[in-house]
Write a protein that binds this ligand. Structure first.
Ligand SMILES: [Zn+2]
Length: 329
């Protein structure tokens, strides 16, 4: 999400234990997590696609810095009602929007991992002026049995500070030593066109210097189609451009067998945009492009029964509404 407005960190209530979600919303729970507190916030939700595991990695949680009506000005009472049924934990008192900050790992049968987004980061990260830092991604990776050296690709859906926080150390050394970092050319070009100097200095320049930046243009296959076991040969992972939230925003599609998962980044940031894709988010870079992108992605996902993996909803996986199901009363 965009976050042009600083926020009092005291507004973020970091008591993760108080933020439980129903166990029925979770997939397989890792043994390590199950041995923990038993609260769902510390468990790891996993969905499998053709032999690949898509693992939700909860980094942080907190209330947004404006009311939900300010963030989504065109949402109607009916939209809110339907959204609350779908993602009730996002609804706090006094019109408060509670949101998660989540990353995803895609673990292949060979043990290698694609990480999608890197969260709000540690104390002092670029997101720390407004987001609930430190995030918990390093512990979540351990919980999921993922060593940082196992990660060979890091996809950054976009360069907002709550999606890149655990990418590089403060001295600029990449946190995932064996990984190439995938960014759309348009995203970098937008930074370079003006106003993005801080993020260029913090993220892009160090990755370039380390030879770790993989700048792609448009839809790009990352994994699949060859190698691996027969069962997994047809499973593919690719990035697709989903502009609007930012100019070079991208999403990740994992496809194999009969199931597809779309890791959407910030194409939708609240369930209200799932029940009504026309509802714009105030801090989108280009609201019209974002709306068209959201409609197209959700229509495609609905017709293919694609599971959505979002960064900010309070549940890690949601089903896209099927086409034909009325979005408005
Ligand atoms: Zn975001």
């Amino acid at each position: 999400m965009n976050h042009g407005h600083p926020i009092e960190r005291s507004r973020f209530l970091l008591a993760a234990a108080a933020l439980g979600i129903g166990a029925t919303q979770l997939g397989r729970v890792t043994a390590a997590a199950a041995a923990g507190t038993g609260r769902s916030r510390t468990t790891t939700a996993v969905r499998s696609v053709g032999g690949f595991d898509v693992i939700a990695l909860y980094d942080a949680s907190g209330p947004f810095f404006t009311t939900r009506q300010v963030a989504f000005p065109t949402a109607t009472p009916v939209d809110w009602e339907r959204a609350e049924r779908l993602d009730p934990a996002a609804f706090g008192p006094d019109d408060q929007w509670n949101l998660d900050f989540r990353c995803y790992a895609i673990r292949r049968p060979n043990g290698r991992v694609i990480l999608v987004d890197t969260g709000v980061g540690p104390a002092g990260s670029p997101a720390s002026s407004w987001a609930p830092v430190p995030g918990h991604l390093p512990q979540r990776l351990i919980d999921a049995g993922i060593d940082t050296d196992d990660v060979d690709l890091v996809v950054l859906t976009h360069v907002h500070s709550d999606h890149v926080g655990w990418s590089v150390h403060p001295d600029g050394v990449p946190m995932f030593a064996n990984a190439r970092y995938v960014l759309q050319h348009d995203e970098i070009a937008a930074l370079e066109a003006g106003g993005g100097e801080a993020m260029l200095r913090y993220l892009v320049d160090p990755l370039r210097r380390a030879g770790r930046l993989w700048e792609v243009s448009g839809a790009t296959p990352l994994v699949g189609g060859s190698g691996g076991s027969d069962r997994c040969r047809s499973t593919t992972v690719r990035v697709v451009p989903t502009p609007g939230h930012t100019p070079g925003h991208q999403s990740v599609l994992v496809e194999g067998g009969r199931r597809q998962i779309a890791i959407t980044g910030d194409v939708l940031v609240h369930a209200v945009q799932l029940v009504n894709p026309d509802v714009g988010y105030r801090y989108e870079d280009d609201q019209e492009i974002a709306r068209v992108t959201r409609q197209a992605l959700l229509a495609e996902a609905g017709s293919r029964h694609t599971l959505l993996a979002t960064a900010h909803l309070r549940q890690p996986f949601v089903t896209a509404p099927s086409p034909g199901r009325p979005r408005h009363r």
